[in-house]
Design a binder for this molecule. Structure first.
Ligand code: J9Q
Length: 273
């Protein structure tokens, strides 16, 4: 996979040299090119932004530098034999970044990221490149960043680990909370390793019982407990028919009951955690 990033802060992308993504690059599984947007400015102050039409706070990134940057990035990539580019624009007004979108992006041969500072990029840039390639405006969550560079790191890591041969066996994906096929879209429960007691904290006895059925059941109950506490929206979306008798018992202890209609779970008032 080829990856281009055009940014006014190329140093911000240094972490792409480290850890899983860095190793994927070193092995030639990922071909990363980081570009300084200001190389496509022509004035003495290397201006990349201007005031918004219609007034209002902040600055908007100008069409000119982005247009030249993307034209040249596309030309260089095609010259190097790349094909099938996708433009990925991190923005709080984009579609949510999910594991499903990570899988979709990991199946593309070439991603071009355009992280923006300020109040975003002039809309005409996305409109222009949308006539030549798919443009994905993506949000990594409901919070405010100073710019899109951190989002590029997040998206790149989620995508790179899905590339064939990038993950070792030790960190295989099958049990990830949000991976397709994970335990019914539940969050994962707590994990423990040696020693069996630490500063007076013991591990749950069941984990050393050697009883695999009981261990699996305990893990599933803990997954329900965490999911109900941290992500009630995931429980609410579940079809009650998806759960066995013990699942339903656990949920009812946690204060959840199937709707009278039977299509969803809902939180029952007055039941403690
Ligand atoms: C560029 N807040 O926020 C959440 N996902 C992306 C972003 C974002 C931001 C500011 C600039 C992206």
């Amino acid at each position: 996979m080829r990856l281009d990033v055009v940014t006014i802060f190329p140093e911000y992308l240094e972490p792409l040299n480290v850890s899983l993504v860095g190793k994927a690059r070193a092995r030639g599984q990922l071909d990363v090119h980081v570009h300084d947007l200001r190389q496509w400015t022509h004035d003495r102050h290397n201006t990349v932004d201007d005031t918004p039409y219609g007034g209002g706070p902040g600055m908007v990134m100008k069409t000119g530098p982005w247009g030249e940057a993307l034209d040249q990035t596309l030309a260089d990539g095609y010259d190097a034999g790349a094909h099938g580019p996708v433009l990925v624009v991190p923005t709080p007004s984009g579609r949510p970044f999910t594991q499903e979108l990570a899988v979709e992006l990991s199946e593309r041969p070439w991603l071009i990221f355009t992280p923006a500072r300020y109040e975003g990029i002039d809309r005409r840039v996305m409109d222009e490149y949308a006539t030549r390639m798919p443009v994905y405006e993506v949000s990594i969550g409901d919070y405010v960043l100073a710019g899109g560079e951190a989002a590029v790191l997040v998206i790149t890591e989620a995508v790179a680990r899905l590339l064939p041969g990038v993950l070792g066996n030790a960190e295989s994906h099958r049990d990830d909370s949000f991976a397709p096929g994970a335990m019914a879209n539940l969050l994962e429960g707590p994990v423990y390793t040696k020693p069996p007691e630490w500063r007076g904290h013991a591990i749950p006895d069941v984990l050393v019982s050697g009883h695999h059925g009981k261990i699996a059941r305990w893990r599933r109950d803990e997954a329900f407990r965490r999911t109900a506490a941290h992500r009630p929206d995931l429980i609410e979306r579940c079809d009650p028919a998806a759960f066995d008798k013990k699942d339903r018992e656990t949920l009812s202890i946690l204060g959840w009951a199937p709707e009278p209609g039977g299509r969803f779970w809902r939180r029952v008032e007055g039941v403690e955690e």
